[in-house]
Design a protein around this ligand. Structure first.
Ligand code: KIV
Ligand code: ZN
Length: 514
């Protein structure tokens, strides 16, 4: 008997990017998309093309990059210009999918869209028909289905399937559902919608009550064959179903679900780290599957049990999610070839000029800390990538601090046009002095809302990684990161990175549904 396949639709680059401060540039999205291909997802939702030139470009570049390895999907509202923009952006994709839809709950119809049930149904059908003129694969989302009247939802889903939808997505947009009710809703669709067998039923759950994974799995039990999720569960408000949770639950409990996914689970940890590092959204230590403590046993009784037999307290082998792999250590004597080889094993491939910069940074670090681990290399690659296409590049920094003493900093930034700008300031501490000196040059109104320093590896000589968030005058959040063996330098890099993101941001916030 063949096992049913559940498709994994990853929306880290679209719904995940809707997390405050998680906005990513095209290069970063491409890097995540490449990793999602290695992870084996079936669909990548690459963006919402009408929302900004950046999203349009990301969908276009990801479509061109991934070839026929996965389906590339673009979001649109049930509005012709959205659908046309999605189709244009998907022109490069070998396997394009347009994802279009409209609200179906009373709240969305009456309070947001201010249209009748029949009008929404008409718009849904027209949107699917229009999308089908551009691509063969059209997914329809019934926004806020978790709070909709089932009878109306069935009517809409039946009509969009008849209009040509190949996938019908049932989102619990507000995270209101709970497993029993959500499973019943999906089961009801399977039973009551004529033609349902012609489409794949998808579930898209939000985590407002902490039940996104449970609801998605209840949907799978009731017949859904596509789960929409994000890496580390990031997403709007409390986030989305976490890919790693739903995939590992399906893998660990064949007795319950009896289905399979195409996910290469050994790539989970690496994907989680990449997304956390690019978005600056850290994973809570007790997070299932990918948290730092997910496989840590601290009580003596548990340690004793695990040492005798791992399965006494561990239901997942950490190796299955990509933990506990190689512990290769490079040193300054390892040379270019060894570095290139190790980077390739870590799946980093880059043009020679970029490799030269990583190699120079590697030598500098290896001189200071002697042993360079994979985590250090990942930080160095990230640092090199962040310096591509910067509006301002941090060229030099000098600071003094002490007690007693007046913390003072001088910075030199170089613009894209090659202009060298130098300024100085004092502050309450060295980071404050550095940030004030940078502000004197860049002069962009913002507030620092978060500042975090972490060691990339263990040991006093570890690289320090600084993650910060700033809030722009119009209330948008930007994340910046910087890694260096000196945490004041890392702080300056993180601030320059956040300001660069703010300066290039072109995202238009859509505030109205028409
Ligand atoms: O949560 C939601 O309803 C969505 C749709 C746009 C699919 O993200
Ligand atoms: Zn969503």
């Amino acid at each position: 008997m063949s096992i049913d396949r559940v498709r994994i639709f990853d929306t880290t680059l679209r719904d995940g990017e809707q997390s405050p401060g998680a906005s990513m540039n095209t290069e970063e999205k491409l890097e995540i998309a490449r990793q999602l291909v290695r992870l084996g997802v079936d669909v990548i939702e690459a963006g919402f093309p009408i929302s900004s030139p950046g999203d349009f470009e990301s969908v276009r570049r990801i479509g061109a990059e991934v070839g026929d390895a996965v389906t590339v999907c673009a979001l649109s509202r049930a509005i012709p210009k959205d659908i046309e923009a999605a189709a244009d952006a998907l022109a490069t994709a070998k396997r394009p999918r347009i994802h279009t839809g409209i609200g179906v709950s009373k709240s969305h119809l009456e309070d947001k869209l201010r249209i009748t049930e029949d009008e929404a149904l008409e718009r849904a059908v027209a949107a699917v028909k229009l999308a089908r003129t551009f691509v063969e694969d059209v997914e329809f989302y019934a926004e806020d289905a978790g709070r909709a009247e089932p009878a109306y939802l069935y009517r809409v889903i039946q009509a969009v399937i008849a209009a040509g939808a190949t996938v019908v997505n049932i989102p619990d947009t507000t995270g209101y559902a709970y497993p029993e009710v959500f499973g019943t809703l999906i089961g009801g669709l399977m039973e009551n919608v004529s033609g349902i067998e012609k489409a794949i039923v998808a579930v898209h759950c939000h985590n407002d009550l902490g039940m996104a994974t449970a609801n998605a799995l209840a949907g799978v039990k009731a017949g859904a064959r596509q789960v929409e999720c994000t890496i580390n569960g990031i997403g709007e408000r409390a986030g989305n179903t976490a890919l790693e949770e739903v995939v590992m639950a399906i893998k660990q409990r064949p007795d319950v679900f009896g289905v399979d996914t195409g996910i290469v689970t050994k790539e989970i940890t690496r994907t989680s780290k990449l997304v956390s590092s690019i978005t600056g959204i850290h994973v809570q230590p007790n997070k299932a599957i990918v948290g730092a403590n997910a496989f840590a046993h601290s009580s003596g009784i548990h340690q004793d049990g695990v040492l005798k037999e791992r399965s006494t307290y561990e239901i997942i082998d950490p190796v299955d999610v990509g933990l506990g792999g190689s512990s290769i250590v490079l040193t300054a004597r390892s040379g270019r070839h060894a570095l290139k080889h190790r980077l390739a094993e870590l799946t980093y491939e880059m043009p020679e000029a970029e490799f030269d910069r990583v190699y120079a940074a590697f030598l500098e670090l290896a001189d200071k800390k002697k042993e360079v681990y994979d985590e250090d290399l990942e930080a160095l690659v990230g640092e090199t990538e962040r310096t591509i296409n910067e509006v301002y590049h941090l060229a030099q920094i000098h600071f003094t601090s002490g007690e007693p003493g007046i913390p003072t900093a001088t910075v030199e930034l170089v613009t894209q046009e090659g202009e060298h700008l130098i300024d100085s300031s004092h502050g309450t501490g060295p980071v404050d002095a550095v940030y004030k000196a940078i502000n004197r040059i860049v002069d962009v109104d913002n507030d620092l809302t978060e500042f975090r320093v972490e060691a990339v590896t263990r040991g006093i000589d570890a690289l320090g990684e600084v993650t910060i968030r700033i809030k722009s005058a119009d209330g948008r959040i930007f994340t910046g990161r910087g890694a260096h063996s000196d945490i004041i330098v890392a702080s300056a890099k993180a601030y320059t990175n956040a300001l660069n993101r703010l300066l290039v941001s072109q995202k238009t916030t859509i505030t109205e549904e028409i």
